[in-house]
Ligand binder design. Structure first.
Ligand code: NM2
Length: 522
């Protein structure tokens, strides 16, 4: 259904626009100073708050495992007769595809190169241990913890939607358990604004990484030099393309096209697995899982307080923040497709399908790169120091059979589709967040979505102009930090609801009967 009323909540829309412009424009206009500020902020925020990010990631894992195994696990999102809408397999694939975008293509091939050249915990760079840990760290940073971070907000939202039957696409509503009617006032607005800022921060990171990758691929095919100018041209072209499709409401038709990126990714996965060192990939994967299992707590809480190598800040903290920033968007989506599932199914389903999906990509693409390094075919740990990350990806792909005729073109098409998909889906979500009273089946206003696509473009231009990975990473880190407080409040609210609605009943084991008696909160 179209939201033709154009019902915009200006109390959310205006601060969001203002802050986006206030961050982006100075970055574009005062490039040098911008870089210095970014540097200082990065050090200050990560240095002082890294323990919070690490604790939060660890909390998400332990809390969800406890929740899934506890007596609350059998509570269903919905009434006794509600059945899941999708088969478990389809549901799992939908969660994986919704949560993963171009970032996996940007990182899976090159992440091991960084880990080999600068490993944590005093491991000798470029050593055998460094190569083994390179396999493990990719699995760790894209495994259980980030998927637990993604999953957490889905629980309060799914409960509010399917059990409490609240028309909620707002996070403030999911905090009603603790906030009560305050959720509709200024505190609620602050919560919703923080969520919007978090989303902008996360999408900014994605675009800041994706645009240079796509322009490196464009440069490769057209024989051009990579430059900031080319990146901005690519960005403007994509934003314009998305604006046209969003403005004319072509979302349905276009979303079919977006499906092809998944098939292209699967094709590249299968190709590298078969054409690459299959047995080495499998061995490295199994080894990585073992290393991860033994070092899970160590890495989860590794604040690096003595040596201050910067590993924790530029990897674990950055990743957790990036996933936190996307977690509201993901929570909304997962909650909507999880009607009829139990709490236990959602905990283990999301952790299983999500982690497994990422692990396969990192095992295959990352394993391929590690093999290049140890067989001396391509010294990736050296190349990554002299070339841009995007140039390194092209060099890695160049070692595959049929690189120029098949692999790099397929990879390029996949990235192009991913990039426009990221811009358009985030523009839609942001637009629905600033719409008043919008239900889950309604579409947000086209014009507002178009405006968001442009704003995201301006924001990404700011990040790209300041240059460097740091500003792109900082975008998620700084805007995700306040979200942690919102998430904790949502969890408290959720637990309060569970206790109120099911506490007594669960003790007498009559779960199914109760869900019909629950009245929506006013
Ligand atoms: N995460 C999965 O750009 C993207 O692929 C969106 C990024 C949070 C690292 C998701």
């Amino acid at each position: 259904m179209k939201n033709t009323k154009g019902n915009i909540d200006y109390a959310l829309m205006l601060p969001a626009i203002l802050v986006t412009l206030l961050i982006s424009l100075p970055l574009v206009l005062f490039k040098e100073e911008g870089a210095d500020i970014v540097n200082a902020l990065f050090k200050g925020v990560t240095g002082n708050f890294k323990f919070i990010f690490l604790l939060y990631g660890f909390f998400c894992v332990t809390f969800l495992l406890w929740l899934g195994l506890s007596k609350w696990g059998s509570i269903k999102f919905g009434g006794p007769d509600d059945k899941p809408e999708f088969s478990t397999y389809k549901w799992g694939i939908m969660m994986f595809c919704a949560g993963i975008g171009i970032a996996i293509a940007r990182w899976a091939f090159i992440e091991p190169a960084y880990y080999i050249s600068a490993p944590p915990l005093g491991i000798l760079p470029n050593s055998t241990d460094a190569a083994e840990w390179a396999g493990m760290l990719g699995q760790f940073h894209w495994g259980i913890t980030p998927w637990a971070i993604y999953a957490l907000p889905a629980f309060p939202i799914a409960y509010a939607l399917h059990v409490k039957k609240l028309r909620t696409l707002r996070f403030s509503t999911a905090c009603k358990g603790v906030l009560g009617s305050k959720a509709d006032g200024i505190i609620g607005k602050i919560i919703d604004i923080l969520v919007i800022f978090g989303m902008i921060g996360g999408v900014g990171t994605s675009l800041g990484l994706a645009v240079p990758l796509v322009s490196a691929l464009v440069a490769h095919f057209m024989g051009l030099e990579q430059s900031l100018y080319l990146q901005l041209v690519v960005l403007v072209a994509f934003v314009a393309l998305v604006c046209v499709t969003v403005f004319f409401g072509l979302k349905k038709g276009i979303s079919k096209l977006y499906d092809i990126k998944t098939y292209l990714a699967y094709f590249l996965l299968a190709f590298v697995f078969i054409a690459g060192p299959t047995i080495f990939i499998l061995n490295t994967w199994v080894n990585s899982i073992g290393l991860m299992a033994t070092n899970f707590i160590r890495m989860s809480l590794f604040t690096d307080p003595i040596a201050h190598t910067g590993f924790t800040e530029s990897w674990t903290v950055f990743y957790w923040a990036w996933w936190i920033a996307y977690s509201p968007m993901m929570g909304l989506f997962v909650a909507q497709i999880s009607k009829g599932r139990t709490i236990r199914e959602l905990v283990f389903g999301e952790l299983f399908f999500g982690s497994l999906g990422c692990w396969v990509f990192f095992a295959v693409w990352g394993g391929y790169s590690i093999n290049l390094q140890i067989t001396d075919v391509l010294n990736i740990s050296q190349i990554v120091k002299t070339m841009t990350p995007d140039g390194t990806i092209v060099a890695i792909l160049g070692t595959l059979p049929m690189a120029e005729t098949l692999i790099i073109p397929v990879f390029a098409v996949m990235c192009l589709v991913f990039l426009s998909g990221t811009i358009s889906s985030s523009a839609y979500t942001l637009s629905s967040q600033v719409s008043k009273d919008i239900g889950s089946s309604e579409e947000p206003n086209n014009k507002v979505s178009t405006l968001w696509a442009i704003l995201l473009g301006v924001y990404a231009a700011g990040l790209l102009t300041t240059g460097g990975l740091q500003s792109v990473q900082l975008s998620s880190i700084i805007l995700a930090l306040p979200l942690i407080a919102v998430m904790v409040m949502m969890v408290l609210s959720f637990m309060k609801w569970l206790h109120e609605d099911y506490g007594e009943i669960l003790d007498t084991k009559k779960v199914a009967a109760k869900s019909e008696d629950i009245k929506p909160v006013e």
